[in-house]
Design a protein around this ligand. Structure first.
Ligand SMILES: Nc1ncnc2c1ncn2[C@@H]1O[C@H](COP(=O)(O)OP(=O)(O)OP(=O)(O)O)[C@@H](O)[C@H]1O
Ligand SMILES: [Mg+2]
Length: 255
């Protein structure tokens, strides 16, 4: 890792994720006010990483957060987070976190949430909500979990590319450092529709690959515009504290 140690922007330009072992792979964290794609196969740990980024942002770095949940209902997200002792409800009550329910109405069930996205899915209305909440709670971080379900709504890759670019740019103009998760089916392609990684400033890929009779978790920083970063594939674990990456270990095995 020494090869990129001296070649990165200053710490004040960085938004540390606080995810164990991650920040040292990229000179101290993500670049501020940029949008990153967090790609991974199903069960890789994308939602956990994203929650950890938001939770640490609020509790360790004083940066409020917005979580747009397009797939899992907010009550599941809160439960999931609580299994790592991350009490999201308390942060919401303190006005430091807002979770937008973009899942319930799309499957036609009622929502008791404070922030609910309308049906049918509309990017403009989702961005309006984010803008309103950002003013409300002065957020500095955001997560859209996931970009893939937005993509399935829009269907056409050209449209997906334009709409996700609008979303990523809006988040950046609002001064939010953001993660958009992306469900991939294999580690050959860093995005689902072949466009998401082009509209984001960086791509972090998480793999959960079978190797003989076990599955191995590993991750890599696939791209990070404007920053040097590790080019290696590093193993990680999901522990009771969340995701822990092993920055000094590499996955050598050819899958
Ligand atoms: N409390 C926990 N302790 C340890 N491991 C956990 C815990 N909760 C979840 N996991 C592991 O994390 C996996 C799910 O992680 P996560 O929901 O972040 O995946 P994901 O990449 O978002 O998947 P999907 O694409 O299906 O949404 C589980 O399958 C399980 O292996
Ligand atoms: Mg998920």
């Amino acid at each position: 890792m020494d090869e990129f140690e001296n070649n990165y922007k200053q710490e004040e330009d960085r938004s540390p994720t606080g995810v164990g072992g991650f920040d040292e792979l990229c000179g101290g964290g993500l670049l501020r006010d940029r949008t990153y794609l967090l790609s991974g196969t199903s069960g890789a740990g994308k939602t956990i990483f994203a929650l950890q980024f938001i939770y640490n942002g609020i509790t360790k770095y004083g940066e409020n957060g917005i979580f747009v949940a397009t797939e899992e209902r907010p009550e599941h997200i809160r439960e999931h987070a609580l299994s790592f002792n991350w009490d999201l409800q308390a942060l919401e009550d303190e006005g430091k976190l807002a979770i937008i329910d973009a899942a319930s109405t799309k499957i036609g069930i009622p929502s008791q949430e404070k922030y609910v996205d309308v049906r049918p899915f509309d990017m403009r209305s989702m961005m309006d909500q984010v803008i309103m909440i950002q003013e409300d709670i002065d957020a500095k971080r955001a997560v859209v979990d996931s970009s893939t379900s937005i993509g399935f709504y829009l269907q056409d890759p050209a449209k997906i590319r334009v709409e996700l670019l609008k979303l990523a740019t809006t988040l950046e103009i609002l001064g939010l450092t953001s993660l958009m998760t992306c469900e991939i089916v294999d580690d050959e392609h860093p995005s689902r529709f072949g466009v998401e990684n082009f509209v984001t400033e960086g791509t972090i890929a998480m793999y959960y690959k079978r190797m003989e009779n076990v599955r191995i978790r590993s991750m890599e920083i696939y791209k990070m515009r404007g920053s040097d970063h590790s080019k290696k594939i590093h193993p990680y674990d999901i522990t009771s504290e969340g995701i822990v990456i092993h920055p000094h270990e590499e996955v050598y095995t050819v899958f």
